[in-house]
Ligand binder design. Structure first.
Ligand code: E4P
Length: 218
């Protein structure tokens, strides 16, 4: 399973990329706003840090305008992935960009039928939002199961399921059990993945005992 990080905070990306766990980055207009930075500059910096796919989202709503924005974004670096919304214009833009071999992430997916359309449009990634479905009382992970099951019936289909809107480590475990290709993690969730109080207590006890032996290894 690939780990992407869902943020436009460059210092956070630098810190986490040194762990060697980052396979890519996703951003969206809200994350760019939160960063307080210019989109072109921030995406360029992120692409310098992380060699994997870096999603930059178009903000236009028509096919023609989306392609104009994509033209600018894809010039930033070769690992820029154009993120388009799951609308008819977005899917049409996806098909055109994929015909030119540009990586495309189709975002704001909330149903299996939408995911089917994105795959038919040749999307590199489909981004179903699990947390936002949970937020309205539905089960976001059911959608991941449905999409993975549906896609697995067509072995020639290359669209990767990128689980988005992740809120906690259980979402990551559930996505991995289902076999989703990618999770995009808010930095705090990536950090939570390692936490266990028994690890902390166990390490402390080992180190206390070791000190009492008076030995040193190196
Ligand atoms: C994915 O690409 C989106 O940027 C993101 O996961 C949305 O998450 P949110 O629902 O926490 O805003």
């Amino acid at each position: 399973m690939k780990f992407f990080i869902d943020t436009a905070d460059v210092s956070e990306i630098k810190e986490l990329s040194s762990s060697g766990f980052l396979d890519g980055v996703t951003t969206n207009p809200s994350l760019i706003k939160k960063s307080g930075r210019n989109i072109n500059e921030v995406i360029a910096e992120i692409c310098d840090i992380v060699p994997g796919p870096v999603s930059a989202e178009v903000t236009a709503t028509t096919y023609e305008e989306m392609l104009k924005e994509a033209e600018v974004l894809k010039e930033i670096a070769k690992n820029v992935t154009i993120k388009v919304p799951l609308t008819w214009d977005g899917l049409k833009a996806c098909r055109t960009l994929r015909n030119d071999d540009v990586l495309v992430n189709v975002t704001l997916c909330f149903s299996a039928s939408q995911a089917l359309l994105a795959a038919k449009a040749g999307a590199t990634f489909i981004s179903p939002f699990v947390g936002r479905l949970d937020d309205i009382g539905l089960n976001g992970m059911d959608l991941i199961s449905d999409i993975c099951e549906m896609y697995s019936n067509y072995p020639n289909l290359n669209t990767e399921v990128l689980v988005a809107s992740i809120r906690n480590p259980n979402h990551v475990i559930d996505a991995a059990k289902i076999g989703a290709d990618v999770v995009t993690l808010p930095p705090n969730v990536l950090k939570q993945l390692i936490s266990h109080p028994l690890t902390d207590n166990g390490l402390k006890a080992f180190l206390d005992d070791w000190k009492m032996t008076g030995q040193s290894i190196a």
